[in-house]
Design a protein around this ligand. Structure first.
Ligand code: HPA
Length: 271
């Protein structure tokens, strides 16, 4: 199985590494890897079952290292469903990390905001999601395990830890529902009006498939969004991937501080 082969490769490079927390980095969140001590880096291409090359702004590397003395695994870059239509691009990687002993998945992404009170540069904790793409990474799985309970998918206790860490660091952290749209095109203003009616506060093209996989694997999940823009129709701004990356970069330092504080606080709880 590719999972065993990937695990073997990880063990060959980092034989003593036993992280309990994995962080999946989206656009704008890459700074975390620079804070790792004793870091070992593997390219996804070396790891069977991991995704191939992705989108600009995503490195495609697994890092193993220590953050403030605590072991962490960092997935830098994800496969998006809009790349080839399949929602299970990160399944092999997450199964391998589960086998390595990971218990908590911290996800990050860039998102559009549906709330003018949460402008570009804001940080939002995801409280729940809307799977509007209506795709699942579990299609084709057999057995009763695939009927995953999605209540509290974004773990309430971990969210409390994140809010406390943000407050200690003096970083404003919003919270809200994330709507997954398939992309890769941005939304229309009519779609954004629909999402607001449905109760979404942020919109993006990722994260939900990985949350489903993680819950299927029994991992606890925490997810953070970095707002790179007000969503379509809510401002005069022209949306583009370059704009997303530029805004993500501008807010990257604060995002990195929050992520590092949150991961450290979680590590103290998870061990
Ligand atoms: N829509 C969807 N995905 C996004 C956006 C957006 O406005 N901004 C960053 N990712």
């Amino acid at each position: 199985m590719s999972q065993d082969a990937a695990l073997e490769r990880i063990r060959a490079v980092a034989p003593t590494s036993r992280p309990r927390i994995a962080v999946l980095l989206g656009s704008g969140w890459g700074g975390l890897t620079q804070q790792l001590a004793d870091a070992q880096r593997l390219r996804y291409a070396e790891l069977p079952g991991f995704p191939g090359a992705g989108v600009a702004g995503h490195a495609g590397e697994l890092w193993l290292g220590r953050l403030a003395g605590r072991e962490v695994a960092v997935l830098s870059g994800r496969r998006h469903t809009y790349e080839d239509g399949s929602a299970d691009g990160m399944k092999g990687a997450l199964c391998t990390l589960r086998a390595l002993g990971i218990q908590v998945l911290v996800q990050t992404n860039a998102a559009g905001s549906l709330d003018p009170a949460m402008p570009a540069g804001s940080l939002m904790l995801i409280s729940d999601h809307l799977n509007l793409a209506q795709r699942s990474p579990l299609v084709g799985e057999a057995g009763s395990g695939r009927f995953v309970d999605m209540v509290d998918a974004y773990n309430p206790a971990l969210r409390q830890v994140a809010h406390a860490a943000a407050a200690r660091g003096g970083i404003a952290l919003h919270e809200g529902v994330y709507a997954w749209m398939l992309g890769p095109q941005f939304e229309t203003p009519a779609e954004i009006r629909m999402l607001r009616t449905l109760g979404a506060r942020a919109v993006g093209m990722s994260t939900v498939p990985e949350t489903i996989i993680a819950r299927w694997l029994g991992l606890r999940v925490l997810s953070l969004s970095l707002v790179t823009n007000l969503a379509a129709g809510l401002s005069d701004e022209q949306l583009s991937h370059a704009h997303t990356l530029a805004m993500a970069e501008a807010a990257g330092e604060r995002a990195g501080m929050l992520l590092s504080a949150v991961v450290q606080a979680l590590a103290e709880r998870v061990g």
